[in-house]
Structure formats: structure tokens, C-alpha cells
Design a protein around this ligand. Structure first.
Ligand code: COA
Length: 280
């Protein structure tokens, strides 16, 4: 087995793997990853045939690994572990000592063997929300980006300009901010998928009581489609909001960490929806 960098010619293969797993990924997810770091995504090959993949992102001192999939006929031969070790070594080589991921339950033992420890559950919700426009909300604009990046950095812990910027240009109709006294105190973004809308990310830096209002306002924009999002169980208020809107908890992953968690990387209660399993 040989591991090489993923490139744009591999996107069809990457999507075929995620479709088999029903992860709801789209080509743009991988295009963004390659744009963010052309050297951070990997393909495993056997006799010139792709058999698996993994992707890594460094945000500096911490990073994320995701999209680990091995073609079913090649599983249980150690290739998944080898791909993971490769991605971890890549991040360490960049000085990224803390690595996080969202693990499906079946994969938790594999990650534990590599030294990952469980942090908290990462819940996967889906549902529909009664739409209602909020008079405190408005469309996100390019000029808001600096302010939003400040909020995002404070609560996520790093600059996610590339992901937030591309999300805004791809689905501007799903990007909303909420203001109190003329100041942005929260934002919510979405991305159109095949048959549903992924809500990600969603941050409320002040006034958590605005969560329901923001969600209903977002629902106006999704035009009746199903909304899917990931919520860290450690944010008990976000979980309450999901329950209040009768969201269905379809599954859960386990957020795991390898290495020391930086002090400012404790899961923040301002984060109502994660960016994605891959982006953190
Ligand atoms: C996870 C996955 C990449 C592992 O690939 P692999 O080449 O079989 O990995 P290895 O041979 O190095 O390790 C096997 C370990 O994977 C884990 N595993 C087994 N079946 C699995 C499954 N269906 N899904 C996830 N992990 C699984 C087990 O810990 C297994 O250890 P065991 O053989 O002692 O039971 C592969 O099972 C897969 O593609 N699963 C579907 C996609 C997925 O769930 N990815 C992980 C998302 S967090």
C-alpha cells in the first residue's frame, strides 16, 4: 500500500466513498479542504488503485482529522490505522501537537489504540423548525466577516476564514447574523446538500436566549427542507434547544483528542453547531 496526496482528480473517488457511508458530503467539501491545504489530504493506493482516504487540517497548535474511509473489501488489514498514522505524522510535522476528531462508535477502538482520548459526545441532529423571521436578524454581508472571524476565533480557537468565507459565497441566503443594540452577537450559516440543509457553524457569543429566534429565522431560509447539524453534548443549552424543537438525534460520534488540549480549546458554550466532523 502506498499513500500519496489527494488531488482534484480524486474527488470522484472521495465522494463515492462518502456516498457509500451516507455522510452527505459534496464535492465542494473536498475542494475547500484542498484549497485550505493542498498537502493535507491523502489517498491510499494498492497497485495504482485508490483504496482509501483521510484528510487533515492544521489550525496551528491544534488540528482535525476526518474523512477516514477504506473501501470495504480492503478493511481489517491495517490500512485504516496506517492512513491515520500518516495524517497524525503530517500534522505533527507542521507543529500541530493536538489532534481532534469526531469518531463513529465503531471506530473508537481504532483511535484509542493510536492514543486518542474521549472528550465528549458529538450529537447528530436532524429535524424541521417552524419558520419565523426575526426582526433582530439580517443577512450576513462581506463587511461583517472581520467581526464574525473575531467571534469565531474567540469560541472556536482559530481563524476559519477560508471555510466561513467560502460558505458565505456559496450559500449567502443561508448566512444570517443577529444583532443586539446594533452589535452582532451571533451568526448562523448553512450549506445546501442533496435533499437537506446542513446548519454549520452556529455561534452565539452573547444572549443565548436568542437561540430559538435564530433557529426559526434560519428555518425561513431553508424553505421546509430538513436541517441537519452536529452539537457537542457539553453545550447543555444547545441540546435543550434541539429538544425544544423536537429535533431527532439520529446518531452520535465521540469527539476525541490526541495530545494536550490547549486551555482556550475547551469546548465553548457559545458554539451551537460544529463546523463539521472534519473542520471541527
Ligand atoms: C474505520 C475504517 C477506516 C477502518 O479501516 P480498516 O482498514 O479496517 O482499519 P484497520 O484494519 O487498521 O483497523 C480495524 C479497526 O477498525 C475498527 N472498525 C471495524 N469495523 C469498523 C466499521 N465498520 N466502522 C468503523 N470502524 C471499524 C475496529 O476498531 C477495527 O479493529 P478490530 O479489527 O480489532 O475490530 C473502516 O472500517 C471504514 O472505512 N469504515 C467506514 C467509515 C468510517 O466509519 N470511518 C470512520 C469515521 S470516524
Amino acid at each position: 500500500m502506498r499513500i500519496r496526496n489527494m488531488n482534484t482528480n480524486d474527488l470522484g473517488f472521495a465522494i463515492s466513498l462518502t456516498e457509500q457511508e451516507k455522510w452527505g458530503s459534496i464535492r465542494e467539501d473536498f475542494q475547500e479542504l484542498l484549497l485550505f491545504d493542498p498537502n493535507g489530504s491523502f489517498i491510499a493506493e494498492m497497485n495504482g488503485e485508490p483504496i482509501g482516504m483521510v484528510c487533515a487540517i492544521s489550525y496551528g497548535s491544534f488540528g482535525f482529522i476526518g474523512n477516514l474511509i477504506v473501501r470495504s473489501e480492503y478493511r481489517k488489514s491495517g490500512y485504516g490505522t496506517t492512513l491515520m498514522s500518516h495524517a497524525i505524522a503530517y500534522l505533527k510535522g507542521k507543529g500541530t501537537d493536538t489532534v481532534m476528531l469526531d469518531a463513529v462508535q465503531k471506530a473508537v477502538p481504532l483511535y484509542k489504540k493510536l492514543g486518542f482520548k474521549e472528550m465528549c459526545n458529538s450529537l447528530r441532529y436532524e429535524g424541521r423548525v417552524e419558520p419565523e423571521t426575526s426582526s433582530n436578524s439580517r443577512d450576513m454581508e462581506d463587511k461583517d466577516m472581520m467581526h464574525i472571524l473575531g467571534i469565531d476565533r474567540k469560541h472556536f480557537g482559530a481563524n476559519r476564514f477560508l471555510f466561513l468565507g467560502s460558505s458565505l459565497s456559496r450559500d449567502p441566503d443561508l448566512a444570517r447574523v443577529i444583532e443586539v443594540g446594533g452589535r452582532i452577537v451571533g451568526y448562523i450559516m448553512g450549506s445546501k446538500r442533496h435533499g437537506f440543509v446542513r446548519l454549520a457553524p452556529w455561534i452565539i457569543s452573547e444572549c443565548p436566549e436568542l437561540a430559538n429566534e435564530m433557529l426559526r429565522d434560519f428555518a425561513v431560509r431553508v424553505e421546509g427542507k430538513q436541517i441537519k447539524l452536529g452539537v457537542l453534548e457539553s453545550n447543555t443549552h444547545a441540546v435543550k434547544v434541539m429538544k425544544a424543537h423536537a429535533f431527532y438525534q439520529k446518531s452520535y460520534s465521540v469527539r476525541m483528542v490526541l495530545g494536550a488540549l490547549p486551555r482556550d480549546m475547551q469546548p465553548s458554550n457559545a458554539v451551537y453547531a460544529i463546523g463539521s466532523a472534519m473542520r471541527g
